[in-house]
Design a protein around this ligand. Structure first.
Ligand code: SF4
Length: 345
């Protein structure tokens, strides 16, 4: 996996303050990871729904959660968005937005059959993986898709070539997959995995299929890998790492795992500050804070306030990269305001 991603400038020097630097009594301090929170794909997806509401008025239907974050979904629901599981729940002729995680061609076809008006908020970095699946399927490869069973992104990506794609989630899956020609096998991946675990799975696949081809470029996206690098940089200094994110957010869950693997003594995922169990803070001096790629920063600021009220008021940011990337809005919505920022932040 590459270290430098497009649109990302590595920090010139990464300094992680040691506990001796804590300036407040009792050594209580917070290390705040940067980058954290909203990625370009999530920002684009949320703006897409906001603009659809503005242009067409409610109800705007969204298939699945637009992004995996409870606060974002609840806020948009209050503004008139109706979240559905399937396009069959959208009335004939209705307007439906497809989520950032992407859809299979079958879902697109069903929407067309039902005369739905559609706006596709699939992240361009997910679309890139769809295109890779199509290309390797056309070249008659067997495709090992590393990802989590049941995740919407994986369902959409596999749906591009269901007869060519096999999902590899666990080590056992590596033993189970069957290929027609071991010289024509490629691995691709979900965009929001743990970089290290994915490489473990690739090594296992390579033991079975020494000629397996690598993806043309990293499938794990810049935002996922940047947030993991940042949490890794500070984890060993932390007694506790709090990750703001929802339980169904893959990249947020990975941040908890990465923090623990990188030396944090404890780590938990919370949607909101009030979900923090005060018992987690027993004996803790350094708290690390970060957030998943679908998390508005207002939720991180609320967590920092909550911690400050309990004595963790000294906040030091640990910056491992500066992200500059942004994506144009879906074609259906472009009207000169592509650079707008979502208001759910
Ligand atoms: S996490 Fe990555 S792939 Fe997913 S929406 Fe954000 S930029 Fe796109």
């Amino acid at each position: 996996m590459s270290a430098a991603s497009p649109g990302t400038e590595p920090a010139t020097s990464v300094s992680v303050p040691s506990a001796d630097d804590a300036s407040v009594s009792g050594g209580k301090r917070v290390l705040l990871a940067k980058p954290r929170g909203y990625c370009a794909g999530v920002d684009r997806a949320v703006i897409t729904v906001e603009k659809a509401l503005e242009m067409h008025g409610p109800p705007v239907y969204v298939r699945k959660e637009i992004v995996h974050n409870r606060h974002v979904v609840d806020t948009l629901r209050e503004r008139g968005v109706v979240f559905v599981d399937e396009t069959s729940e959208v009335p004939e002729g209705g307007l439906v937005v497809f989520s950032a995680h992407g859809i299979s061609p079958a879902v697109r076809a069903e929407a067309e059959e039902r005369n739905l008006r559609t706006i596709d908020a699939t992240c361009p970095l997910v679309t890139k993986v769809h295109k890779e699946v199509n290309r390797f399927a056309r070249d008659d490869y067997d495709i090992m898709l590393i990802g989590h069973a049941g995740h919407e992104e994986v369902e959409g990506t596999s749906g591009e070539a269901p007869d060519r794609v096999q999902l590899v989630d666990t080590e056992e899956d590596v033993e189970k997959v069957q290929v027609r020609d071991p010289s024509k096998v490629v691995w691709l991946s979900q965009t929001t995995l743990s970089v290290d675990e994915t490489m473990e799975r690739v090594d296992q696949l390579r033991e079975r299929f020494p000629e397996i081809s690598d993806p043309p470029s990293d499938d794990i996206c810049y935002a996922t890998s940047n947030r993991q690098v940042a949490v890794k940089a500070m984890a060993a200094e932390c007694d506790l790492v709090l990750v703001v994110g929802s339980a169904n957010s893959s990249n947020s869950q990975r941040l908890v795992e990465v923090a623990l693997q990188a030396g944090a003594r404890d780590s938990h995922l919370v949607d909101y500050a009030h979900e923090v169990d005060e018992a987690w803070l027993d004996g803790v001096e350094t708290v690390g804070v970060t957030s998943g790629a679908s998390v508005p920063d207002v939720l991180v600021m609320e967590l920092l306030e909550w911690l400050a009220e309990r004595g963790w008021a000294d906040v030091q940011e640990v910056t491992t990269a500066n992200e500059k990337i942004s994506f144009a809005l879906p074609r259906e919505l472009r009207s000169g305001s592509e650079t707008a920022r979502s208001s759910v932040r």
